[in-house]
Ligand binder design. Structure first.
Ligand code: GDP
Length: 309
């Protein structure tokens, strides 16, 4: 079993969400200061939408407050504020955010990392390896982004720094073959996990999507039930575009989770909820900066606490 040891660091999430918190927390507080009538509720819904919660989630959260106000019109601003917080926590807890657990005999856990170039895919492979290594897991990374020589070099540098094994392809070689070789090597070396980096194929180009499917098949041939996780790396600063990307990828390669990077670079934290609600795919990790340890398992309570205050 891998990864039972993951814990979210309150301080890291707090620091990453500082921009979002000063924008979101302040505004929500001021919205609840006045009378909670229909006009105020509309403002709330509009604001939630503006900070990337998406139509569905903004409506759902506002309706909860509307219902609360109807049932008990004499509530104080603080009551609404804490009600919104707790609704958001329960909404974000609908999907399990932990990595899948597999029995010992089926190891290594195979994690396929997909996403558009620039979203932070290769960095996330390195960060995830670091996290696993912190938990005494033996990790091997596969540099299967054979379209970009720079991506192979980048992952090689990280693997060297982290002192973990890497299997890489030559530029332009078949990424499915690299993934297959990596899995064979990981089994022979008794690794706990293999993390496969893939090319940042444009999600609109169907042949590239088909190639991703070929990598997937290659993983399932070389492992027991793999890939066990297919994680899509999305950039939190791109808002609705991130949702569109996720929809495209999910259509071709069923995703098991999201790594949402660059939360430290946005003042809008709502995208976390929008992704989960609109796609039904859990956010499993969040990127909190550019350093190797700037990755956190997604924990709804820690996230919401740090978004609000
Ligand atoms: P790829 O093309 O998807 O493999 O993206 P890279 O891993 O090369 O990352 C692109 C850029 O995003 C690099 O400059 C990374 O340092 C940066 N990056 C990745 N994750 C994060 C994050 O969580 N926060 C911030 N601020 N930058 C990040």
């Amino acid at each position: 079993m891998v990864l039972q040891f993951f814990k979210s660091s309150y301080a890291k999430v707090k620091s990453a969400l500082s921009r979002a918190r000063s924008f979101f927390g302040e505004k929500i507080k001021s919205l609840f200061q006045g009378k909670i009538d229909e006009a105020a509720l509309e403002k709330l819904e509009q604001f939630l939408y503006e900070v990337d919660f998406g139509v569905q989630t903004s409506k759902e959260l506002t309706n909860k407050i509307r219902q609360l106000q109807k049932e008990n019109p004499s509530l104080k601003p603080d009551d609404y504020y804490s009600a919104l917080r707790s609704h958001l926590v329960s909404l974000l807890s609908r999907y399990p955010s932990a990595l899948v657990q597999i029995p010992e005999e089926k190891l290594p856990l195979v994690i396929l990392i997909v996403g558009v170039n620039g979203n932070g895919k290769t960095t996330s492979v390195a960060k995830l390896s670091y996290l696993l290594k912190q938990g005494n897991q033996k990790v091997l990374v596969a540099a299967a982004d054979t379209f970009r020589a720079a991506a192979i070099e980048q992952l090689e540098t990280w693997a060297h720094r982290l002192n973990i094994d890497i299997v890489k392809g030559t530029p332009q070689s078949d990424p499915a073959a690299v993934a297959f070789d990596a899995l064979q090597a990981a089994k022979a070396r008794k690794c706990d996990a293999v993390i496969v980096d893939t090319a940042g194929r444009l999600h609109t180009k169907i042949p590239l999507m088909q190639e991703l499917e070929k990598i997937r098949r290659s993983c399932s041939k070389a492992s027991s039930g793999g890939p066990h996780e297919v994680l899509l790396v999305l950039d939190a600063t791109t808002g609705q575009n991130a949702i569109d990307q996720a929809k495209q990828f999910h259509k071709f390669t069923p995703l098991t989770g999201i790594i949402l990077t660059k939360l430290d670079g946005t003042a809008k934290g709502g995208i976390v909820a929008a992704i989960q609600q609109e796609l039904g795919i859990p956010v499993k990790f969040i990127g909190t900066g550019e350093q190797i340890d700037d990755i956190q398992p997604f924990d709804p309570q820690t996230f919401v606490d740090n978004l609000f205050e």
